[in-house]
Design a protein around this ligand. Structure first.
Ligand code: MLT
Length: 393
């Protein structure tokens, strides 16, 4: 027996687990201090009434012989896939129902999708970025190249034709930097991927925060994407499902090479290793895209974006450089006084009891930067902003 030695190449703990354990250690020795957590991008508002109503109806269905559900379809119930299909239609994207796969979240699918790709593929990952992309590929032993995202390129690296890559990760609006590609920029990535016979793994978890019409909400708004992209999305950020768990992945029928069809392979993978999302959760998820559901959801999104503005205004006041906070719930700031990311993390925790996420945890280019999330409560965000101002003025 041999263990998977690739695990020796990943950091000892997952970034957000590391942050949580440092915060827990601090609170054990400072029991009198009230800590405000603006670290992990976890939501604070409850599920909207329309979603709760649909989930209650789902519970009722499970209580009656005529409507009880056992195992559901591996790819998700048609009623939910149809509502996802109509949501895409609003952005001008036509998807076949068989191209939509419901799952327990984008994070799982972003890792699981690697099952359908060869271990000898070379991967291109922006730096800094959501650590799941790097960690899952390290675990599988893939070669990883990095596309540096810096202040100079607006944290939006563009294709480099000198690189030979097979899998390309793009997250837009980006986690952690909040930077978002325009449709024209994404067209360059799509052309690059098609030219290289590569696949873009497009993380659209934050699409619901896009308000600027020049920015894409889906990679499938870009001509040519159906032959080179898979898209991952989530109900966590749009509808507060972080603890409820539901997401979806779009695998176009046209994505194939040498007779291998990605859509068929993904269905085969899911039906072998996954038994679907609970019916009650899918009922709730479908309610997100109804007229009333969307009205309620939009109020929650506006609440978070008002938090983002509070944080952004605070940075403006302090003269601290930042990106994000406009088409994204994250504010990506330059650590003041030339502090390193973890140094600033400790400084803020010790002196203001505010928790953020150190940029260095998202990649080497994140060193010297720091991420604050707008998903906190209004009260917590206001208090955090007041404490940060007091500390850094
Ligand atoms: C984050 O804070 O980056 C996200 O909440 C992590 C996630 O969505 O898994």
């Amino acid at each position: 027996m041999n263990f998977n030695k690739n695990f020796n190449d990943v950091a000892d703990s997952y970034l957000f687990a590391e942050v949580a354990s440092r915060v827990a250690a601090f609170s054990r020795t400072h029991t009198d201090k009230k800590i405000i957590k603006l670290g992990i991008g976890d939501v604070t508002l409850p599920l909207v009434p329309e979603v709760i109503k649909a989930m209650h109806a789902g519970v009722e269905d499970m209580s009656k012989q005529e409507t009880f559900k056992g195992y559901g379809p591996y790819e998700g119930y048609a009623f939910l896939r149809e509502s996802i299909q109509s949501y895409y239609k609003e952005s001008g994207v036509n998807l076949g129902l068989s191209e939509i796969f419901v799952s327990d979240g984008a994070k799982s699918d972003l890792g699981n999708i690697l099952d359908i790709f060869s271990a000898d593929n070379t991967v291109l990952v922006p730096d800094p970025v959501y650590p799941v992309y790097v960690d899952t590929n390290l675990m599988a032993g893939r070669k990883i190249l990095f596309a540096d995202a810096t202040e100079e390129n607006g944290f939006l690296p563009m294709p480099d034709y000198s690189l030979d890559v097979d899998l390309i990760y793009i997250c837009s609006p980006n986690n952690p930097t909040g930077a978002a590609y325009t449709k024209a920029q994404l067209k360059e990535w799509v052309d690059f991927a098609n030219a290289k016979h590569a696949v873009i793994l497009y993380d659209a978890a934050y699409e619901c925060f896009v308000s600027d019409g020049n920015l894409a909400r889906s990679i499938f708004q870009i001509e040519g994407a159906r032959t080179c992209a898979i898209e991952f999305c989530s109900f966590s950020k749009i509808a507060g499902f972080t603890g409820t768990r539901c997401g979806y992945t779009v695998v176009p029928e046209e994505l194939e090479k040498d007779g291998f069809n990605a859509n068929k392979a993904w269905l085969r993978r899911q039906s072998t290793k996954f038994n679907g999302v609970p019916y009650i959760v899918q009922k709730g998820a479908a309610a997100v895209f109804t007229k009333q559901g969307m009205r309620e959801i939009k109020q929650n999104l506006a609440y978070y974006m008002d938090n983002a503005k509070l944080i952004a205004d605070c940075m403006d006041d302090l003269g601290i450089w930042y990106t994000g906070g406009k088409n994204s719930p994250y504010i990506w700031l330059k650590c003041p006084r030339n502090m390193g990311s973890w140094e600033f993390f400790d400084y803020l925790l010790n002196n203001a009891q505010v928790v953020g996420t150190p940029g260095a945890g998202f990649g080497k280019c994140g060193e010297g930067y720091f991420r604050l999330t707008a998903f906190g409560s209004r009260e917590g965000t206001e208090e955090a902003v007041a404490r940060i101002k007091k500390l850094l003025k």
